[in-house]
Design a protein around this ligand. Structure first.
Ligand code: FEO
Length: 162
């Protein structure tokens, strides 16, 4: 594999694991604010991010490239509100979308067809990731804090499987 592309994949593995770490921090915040449904949602999201990183980990090995794990930055500890969790989630997912697009552009530039095709799954996944965060944020915008509606949403989010 092209060395620049290999490095970019390794950077993205770190970014995916960081995403997982960020969502786990959000789960901890929700847990400590007595919102077990929100916590469950973020714990499932954490697992998804780890699986994204692992998909890339396996892909690099399948291609005979070298995985180089990097330090994962510390995620935020405190958040202003549950609404803030989803403002940050949407912002973060938009950033990940642009990172995946840049990685895909690089795969194209170095003419690595397998990498390009592999990354198509991630491009589609990002549409879903942004849609989910945006839908929950829209609901939170019309819900008052500490209301019965927030408890209902907590129950709903707690049903997420994973
Ligand atoms: Fe790995 Fe949330 O995208």
């Amino acid at each position: 594999m092209d060395k620049k592309l290999e490095k970019a994949f390794n950077d993205q593995i770190k970014n995916e694991f960081y995403s997982g770490y960020l969502y786990l921090a959000m789960a901890a915040f929700a847990e400590s604010n007595n919102l077990p449904g929100f916590a469950k949602w973020f714990k499932v999201q954490y697992k998804e991010e780890i699986s994204h990183g692992m998909k890339m980990f396996e892909f690099l090995h399948d291609k005979g490239a070298r995985v180089h794990l990097q330090a994962i930055p510390e995620p935020a500890f405190d958040f202003a509100s549950v609404q803030e969790l989803f403002v940050e989630t949407l912002k973060h997912e938009k950033k990940v979308t642009s990172l995946i697009e840049s990685l895909s552009d690089l795969a194209k530039k170095v003419d690595d067809k397998a990498a390009e095709i592999f990354l198509q799954w991630f491009i589609t996944e990002q549409v879903e990731e942004e849609k989910n965060a945006s839908a929950i944020l829209d609901t939170l915008k019309i819900i008052k804090p500490d209301s019965a509606a927030l408890i209902m949403l907590d129950r709903e989010l707690g049903k997420r499987e994973g």
